[in-house]
Design a protein around this ligand. Structure first.
Ligand SMILES: CC(C)(COP(=O)(O)OP(=O)(O)OC[C@H]1O[C@@H](n2cnc3c(N)ncnc32)[C@H](O)[C@@H]1OP(=O)(O)O)[C@@H](O)C(=O)NCCC(=O)NCCS
Length: 175
């Protein structure tokens, strides 16, 4: 799948970049160093430019394979990276995916997550034809619980994450 950009109103969603015009790597490294980010976003370590390069390349490959749509949430004039939103475990045959979100610690509590998740889910519905999008968050992640609520996800059940913590699974039906 070709990466697409989304105009989400006060923000725009674009592919992660590391080039002469826009270099997301410093902001990525800062965000992944944050304690809450490390507590609630598992599976990735991004400590240096090389790891950031590999992360950006991985996201581009996932787009190409149609496995995951991912976007940098960007400030509309400068293009500065504020966070990342995605639709992972994309299954267009069954019409399902899981929404993911993180926001740079300096950019939180301004509505970035709610705006970005709503835009990503709308893309999933209108452009990809998804019928149901999931959203999972760890017990105790109050900010993420608020995002789920504000974006219209309803709680369905509790799972156990690979590290043994409780994961609350929510769904938003799109039809
Ligand atoms: C969760 C996260 C993405 C929220 O991003 P954000 O841009 O600050 O969220 P928003 O500004 O859109 O706020 C959404 C809601 O969360 C609430 N909220 C934000 N931070 C909060 C906090 N620390 N505690 C309680 N509520 C919080 C806001 O008040 C808002 O609710 P409201 O509109 O009812 O007042 C961000 O805190 C983050 O990146 N955390 C670390 C990574 C993470 O947990 N990712 C999610 C994994 S499931």
């Amino acid at each position: 799948m070709e990466p697409v950009e989304i105009n989400a109103g006060v923000y725009y969603l674009r592919q992660l970049r590391a080039d002469d015009l826009l270099d997301d790597r410093p902001a990525l490294i800062e965000a992944f160093a944050d304690a809450d980010h490390q507590r609630f976003v598992l599976n990735y370590r991004l400590r240096n430019t090389g790891e950031a390069d590999r992360y950006i390349a991985r996201r581009a490959a996932e787009w190409a394979r149609g496995e995951r749509c991912s976007w940098a949430v960007a400030e509309p004039v400068t293009g500065r990276l504020l966070g990342e939103v995605g639709l992972k475990d994309l299954d267009r045959a069954s019409g399902t995916a899981e929404a993911t979100i993180w926001v740079h610690p300096a950019e939180r509590r301004r509505g970035v997550a709610v705006t970005a998740v709503n835009a990503a889910v709308r893309f999933g519905t209108d452009a990809l034809g998804l019928r149901e999008v999931a959203y999972l968050y760890h017990e105790g992640n109050d900010a993420s619980a608020a995002v789920a609520r504000r974006c219209g996800f309803r709680f369905v059940d509790t799972l156990v994450s690979p590290d043994g913590r409780k994961l609350l699974r929510c769904l938003r039906s799109t039809r």
